[in-house]
Design a binder for this molecule. Structure first.
Ligand SMILES: NC(=O)c1ccc[n+]([C@@H]2O[C@H](COP(=O)([O-])OP(=O)(O)OC[C@H]3O[C@@H](n4cnc5c(N)ncnc54)[C@H](OP(=O)(O)O)[C@@H]3O)[C@@H](O)[C@H]2O)c1
Length: 276
């Protein structure tokens, strides 16, 4: 069983480098996926209010029999819980559904900059961290321009920014910005979310060279850059495959070949206008 290394956060906590993405799994399906993932060595589970699956995630976690302290659980609050102190009720609801006293990481799911509420929401997140209900706090889908505004208004730097990132959507400028400010970059849709990325001939060639799968090559590309990542799979075999990427190394030639898949800085979601 492969266990994932831990990555240090700017608040002293540590996050397992590979976690299980749970969207769009639901109900019994997500509970079973969590049990299988823990069996495969996962200790980090990513959920969100928006996924409607927190209760199933909590059920799965209880079924594993692990102590709460052995797992790292992230949830995210969407726009419904932005502004004023709405996040207090938001997290209370998540904790109730998860059947937990705290989450390891609480994220603002989207910046929704036109609403202008992410700074007041962040202040409420600071209170939730102070109360111990969220051990670490961070954001998701934030651009450097949004982070700039947030850090102007607060001394608490987000521990994590979870963003869409994979070999087609590399977000290199964002990663450099995060690194400069001590924010861990967490990649969502790391395998391209069914976009066909995994069929790219260049990945097939590198996979054959290392005796690995295309998915392992892509996930190795993530971890080799120090990214935290949350591939989703409901298939126990694929779950094992996806976390078993710590015993081979991509060389410079591999990395240069993978970089040819980059679709440029405008690729992917635009969180100035998208989000919920
Ligand atoms: N913060 C945000 O706004 C945001 C947005 C989107 C997603 N997320 C999070 O990020 C997680 C991952 O992103 P994602 O679900 O969009 O995409 P992803 O993890 O890039 O891709 C998931 C897809 O890849 C397939 N897959 C997984 N392992 C595979 C393997 N070894 N070989 C071949 N196919 C494989 C899965 O199918 P099977 O299940 O059949 O294996 C599924 O169709 C989500 O589950 C969610 O937790 C966050």
């Amino acid at each position: 069983m492969a266990l994932s290394p831990l990555v240090a956060l700017n608040d002293g906590h540590r996050i397992p480098q590979i976690g299980l993405g749970t969207w769009p799994l639901n109900g019994r399906e997500v509970a079973t996926a969590v049990v299988n993932a823990v069996e495969a060595g996962y200790r980090h589970i990513d959920t969100a209010v928006r996924y409607g699956n927190e209760a199933g995630v909590g059920e799965g976690i209880r079924a594993t029999g692990l102590n709460r302290e052995e797992l790292f659980v992230t949830t995210k609050l969407d726009g419904e819980f932005q502004g004023g102190d709405k996040a207090l009720a938001g997290l209370e609801g998540s904790l109730k559904r998860l059947n937990m006293d705290y989450v390891d990481l609480l994220l603002i799911h989207w910046p929704l900059p036109r609403r202008g509420e992410f700074i007041s929401t962040w202040k409420t997140f600071e209170r939730l961290q102070g109360q111990g209900k969220a051990r670490s706090i961070g954001v998701s889908n934030f651009k450097p321009s949004h982070l700039e505004q947030l850090m102007w208004a607060s001394d608490v730097v987000p521990a994590v920014n979870q963003i869409q990132l994979n070999p087609s959507v590399t977000r290199s400028a964002d990663c450099a910005y995060h690194q400069h400010h001590g924010i861990v970059t967490e990649s969502y849709s790391p395998l391209g979310s069914g976009s066909g990325l995994l069929s790219a001939p260049v990945l097939q060639r590198i996979a054959i060279k290392h005796g690995k799968t295309e998915s392992q090559v892509v996930l190795r590309w993530h971890v080799q850059q120090g990214l935290v990542t949350i591939p989703k799979s409901a298939d126990p075999q694929r779950m094992k495959e996806n976390i078993d990427v710590f015993e081979f190394v991509l060389d410079d030639e591999d990395l240069a070949a993978i970089n040819t898949l980059d679709e440029g800085p405008e690729a992917g979601v635009n969180s100035d206008v998208q989000g919920h």
